[in-house]
Design a binder for this molecule. Structure first.
Ligand SMILES: Nc1ncnc2c1ncn2[C@@H]1O[C@H](COP(=O)(O)OP(=O)(O)OP(=O)(O)O)[C@@H](O)[C@H]1O
Length: 325
């Protein structure tokens, strides 16, 4: 492996940033390896965009350092950092063709018109839009415009791509389509990708690793599946969509995954509420361990009456600190 492949695409070291009395980022450190996608995931206002903006050079951190491809860029302006940016409002130039929108960056950095356009074509091919190169932004769908914005970032050939909620302006169908396209695209491009999102599904679908942020700090980082399967605290579990988090004595909580629930065994538990879903029903039952939510198939739902026999397999549950307040 070459040195370039070993050098991380991004290293952020102990970044802190305050706005007045709001500490938007507190001692945030993260690494994005070359070819890796890391999702920065957290609720609205937790500081995700602030971290991204400090990395991009759109915000100057109060403390900490930023290295892109091994080069320190902490005090450099955005255009000298060699990063590709894609933001929520991916504002394309309306008066330029798709090709010229994508060629704009390379052109500004001094490439000849021909070289810049060749590079733009290459980037448009990566996002499967080369045949629309002659159109103007107003003649494209929202999803196509978003792909042009991506192509524009790809045309920079930066070792690091920064994406802030890149799919948030699209409808659900397009989001689902682009999600799977993006993952394949990131794989082909080989750049490191830092993607900011508050959408758990997006993080799981797109990222190799996930860093969960809360109130300016990273509270858990790891392989995406591992973080979703093994949240370290009750707050992280709740944020990631876990439904069965039972408060316990001593400031802890019991995490009960669905696979720890065995239907048809154990005590009969009263059904407290039930809701029809696409695949069956979601029911809440009162178990001796506490209230539990479970998803029943249509057949199981038909068999369930006012009570459901339910056993919790203790070895599949986990006790974690309850830090939700
Ligand atoms: N330029 C600014 N001036 C003042 N406060 C700011 C500024 N930018 C961000 N903040 C504050 O810093 C905190 C973190 O904001 P940030 O935009 O980084 O959060 P976020 O996690 O990206 O949120 P969202 O998902 O809603 O975009 C918030 O309390 C926000 O109000």
């Amino acid at each position: 492996m070459s040195d370039a492949a070993l050098t991380p695409a991004l290293q952020a070291r102990s970044l802190s940033k305050s706005f007045g009395t709001v500490q938007a980022a507190r001692d945030v450190s993260l690494t994005v390896e070359a070819g890796e996608t890391l999702a920065l995931l957290g609720p609205s206002g937790c500081g995700k965009s602030t971290v991204l903006r400090c990395v991009a050079g759109l915000e100057q951190p109060d403390a900490g350092q930023v290295f892109v491809g091994g080069r320190e860029v902490t005090t450099l302006p955005p255009e000298q950092r060699h990063v590709g940016l894609v933001f929520q409002d991916y504002a394309l130039f309306p008066h330029l063709s798709v090709l010229d929108n994508v060629a704009y960056g390379p052109r500004r950095r001094g490439e000849t018109k021909l070289a810049a356009q060749a590079r733009a074509y290459e980037a448009l091919e990566l996002v499967a839009l080369a045949e629309l190169a002659g159109r103007f932004p107003a003649q494209l769908s929202g999803g196509q415009q978003q792909r042009v914005a991506l192509a524009r970032a790809l045309a920079t050939r930066s070792p690091l791509l920064l994406l802030d909620e890149p799919l948030s302006n699209l409808d659900e169908k397009l989001r689902a389509e682009l999600r799977s396209e993006l993952r394949a695209l990131f794989g082909r491009v080989g750049a490191g990708v830092l993607i900011v999102t508050h959408d758990q599904r997006e993080a799981l679908a797109l990222a190799d690793r996930v860093a969960v942020m809360r109130a300016g700090q990273i509270v858990q980082v790891g392989a995406a599946r591992e973080v979703f399967r093994e949240p370290k605290t009750a707050w992280v579990a709740e944020f990631l969509g876990w439904q069965n988090i039972l408060p316990q004595a001593g400031g802890t909580a019991l995490l009960v995954p669905e696979e720890a629930l065995v239907l048809g065994a154990g005590d009969p538990c009263p059904v407290v509420s039930r809701q029809v879903t696409e695949t069956g029903e979601t029911v809440q039952v009162q178990h001796s361990a506490g209230p539990l939510t479970l998803h029943l198939s249509a057949r199981e739902a038909r068999a369930a009456g006012d009570t459901v026999s339910l056993k919790v397999v203790p070895s599949l549950t986990r006790r974690v600190p309850d830090d939700r307040r």
